[in-house]
Design a protein around this ligand. Structure first.
Ligand code: SF4
Length: 374
C-alpha cells in the first residue's frame, strides 16, 4: 500500500531493522531517525564537554558521542552522563578497560569493535559490563582502519571487505548472546560508503548508523554528506545519522536535521522556503532570510515559512507553507497565513512581524498537540 496516496513520489519505505535502545532513545524499527554528533573538547574538561553536549542537544542532537581515550576521560564521563540531557556514547578504540569503565560511568552506548580489543576473555568482560549497565554497542567499521587480514585478502578497502569486517564483529557479539548493537561502515569516499552500506543493509537486520567519515569543512562536508547520506536515506537505509564536519558539532546537528527534513524523515523548527532572489525582488531576500534564520533558531515546533522575492513564485509557495511573505511594490509585501492572502506589510517591519507571527503560530500548534494528546 502506498504510504502517501496523495503524493506517492514522496514515499520512502524504510528498511526493516531491529529496534535497540541507546539510553532512552530508540534506534531502528519504526523509531524516528536520530541525529548524533560528537564533542571535540578534552573529555576530562567536564564543564567544556558538558557545555558542548548541551549546545548540541539544544540544536536537536538526540545522542552525543564523547571520546574516552584515557582514565581521566572515563572518570569525567560519570558527571557528563549524569548531567547530560541526552544519552552519551563512549567512543573507545582498542582499550577494553576504558569500555568497562565507560559502562560503569553511565554511558548509554559503547562505540567499540569487539574484534579489536584482544582475546575472548576481554570481549566477554566488555559484553558483561554492557549487559550489567544496560549499554548498547555500536560496531564502527571504517575504511581507513580495516583489519590487516582483510586488506591482504581484498587488496584495498572495498565494500566486501568492510561488510565482512562488520559481520565478523557482529558474530562475536552474537556468540556472547549480545544483540543490542547497531553498526556503521563509514568511508570518506561517497561511492565506497554508499556501496558498503547497501551491502550491509542486505546482510543484517541490525539498526544502521550512517555517516560519511571525515567529510571535510562546513560547505564541502555538508554537500558530501547530503549526497551520501541523502541517497541512502532516500532508499530507506539508515536508522541514526552523524554528519562529520571539521566544524562546530552544532553545525553537524543542523546539517543532519536539514538532510532529514529535506527528505521529510524528521521535522523540527522552521523550514524556510526562500528564493535565490533576482532583479525582480521586492525586498532584500538574502539579508532577510539570514536575519530570520537567526531570529527563529529558538523555535522547535515544526512549521514552514516561505520568504519569496516577488509574485512570480510567492503565492504558489505560500499555498504550501504555514506562513508566507511575498515581495510586492512600493515597499510592501503580502503576508499569507495557511496559504491564504492575509494582509499587507511594510518591508521595514516585516522581520519583527514575521517572527511574531511564527512564535504565535508555534504556540498554537503546541497547544493543539497537547490537546490532541489529551
Ligand atoms: S521569486 Fe521573484 S525575486 Fe525570487 S528569484 Fe524568482 S523571480 Fe526573482
Amino acid at each position: 500500500m502506498s504510504l502517501n496516496p496523495i503524493r506517492p513520489w514522496r514515499n520512502i519505505e524504510r528498511r526493516q531493522s531491529r529496534k535497540i535502545m541507546v539510553g532512552n532513545v530508540p534506534v531502528g524499527g519504526d523509531a524516528p531517525i536520530s541525529v548524533q554528533t560528537m564533542t571535540n573538547t578534552i573529555t576530562s574538561d567536564v564543564r567544556a564537554t558538558l557545555d558542548q553536549v548541551i549546545r548540541a542537544a539544544d540544536a536537536g542532537a538526540d545522542i552525543v558521542r564523547v571520546s574516552t581515550p584515557d582514565v581521566d576521560s572515563t572518570v569525567a564521563l560519570r558527571e557528563i552522563c549524569r548531567e547530560s540531557p541526552v544519552p552519551i556514547v563512549a567512543d573507545i578504540h582498542f582499550h577494553y578497560k576504558r569500555a568497562i569503565e565507560a559502562a560503569e560511568a553511565g554511558a548509554a552506548c559503547l562505540r567499540i569493535n569487539p574484534g579489536n580489543i584482544g582475546d575472548a576473555k576481554r570481549v566477554a568482560e566488555v559484553v558483561k559490563a554492557a549487559k550489567d549497565h544496560g549499554c548498547s554497542i555500536r560496531i564502527g567499521v571504517n575504511a581507513g582502519s580495516l583489519e590487516k587480514h582483510l586488506l591482504e585478502k581484498y587488496g584495498e578497502p572495498c565494500p566486501d571487505a568492510m561488510v565482512e569486517s562488520g559481520l565478523d564483529h557482529i558474530r562475536i557479539l552474537q556468540d556472547h548472546d549480545f544483540h543490542e548493537f547497531k553498526i556503521s561502515v563509514k568511508a570518506s569516499d561517497v561511492f565506497l560508503a554508499a556501496a558498503a552500506y547497501q551491502q550491509l543493509a542486505a546482510a543484517t537486520d541490525a539498526p544502521i548508523h550512517l555517516g560519511i567519515t571525515e567529510a571535510g569543512g562546513l560547505t564541502a562536508g555538508t554537500v558530501k554528506s547530503a549526497v551520501g547520506l541523502g541517497s541512502l536515506l532516500w532508499f530507506g537505509i539508515g536508522d541514526t545519522i552523524r554528519v562529520s564536519l571539521s566544524a562546530d558539532p552544532v553545525e553537524e546537528v543542523k546539517v543532519g536535521y536539514e538532510i532529514l527534513k529535506s527528505l521529510g524523515l524528521r521535522t523540527r523548527g522552521v523550514q524556510i522556503i526562500s528564493c535565490p532572489s533576482c532583479a525582480r525582488q521586492g525586498f532584500d531576500v538574502i539579508k532577510t532570510v539570514e536575519k530570520l534564520e537567526r531570529r527563529l533558531e529558538h523555535i522547535k515546533t515544526p512549521m514552514s515559512l516561505s520568504i519569496i522575492g516577488c509574485v512570480v513564485n510567492g503565492p504558489g509557495e505560500a499555498l504550501m507553507t504555514d506562513i508566507g511573505f511575498t515581495g510586492g511594490g512600493a515597499g510592501n509585501g503580502m503576508v499569507y497565513m495557511a496559504g491564504k492572502q492575509s494582509h499587507k506589510m511594510n518591508n521595514d517591519q516585516m522581520i519583527d512581524h514575521i517572527v511574531e507571527l511564527v512564535e504565535k503560530r508555534a504556540g498554537e500548534i503546541e497547544a493543539e498537540t497537547v490537546k490532541a494528546a489529551e
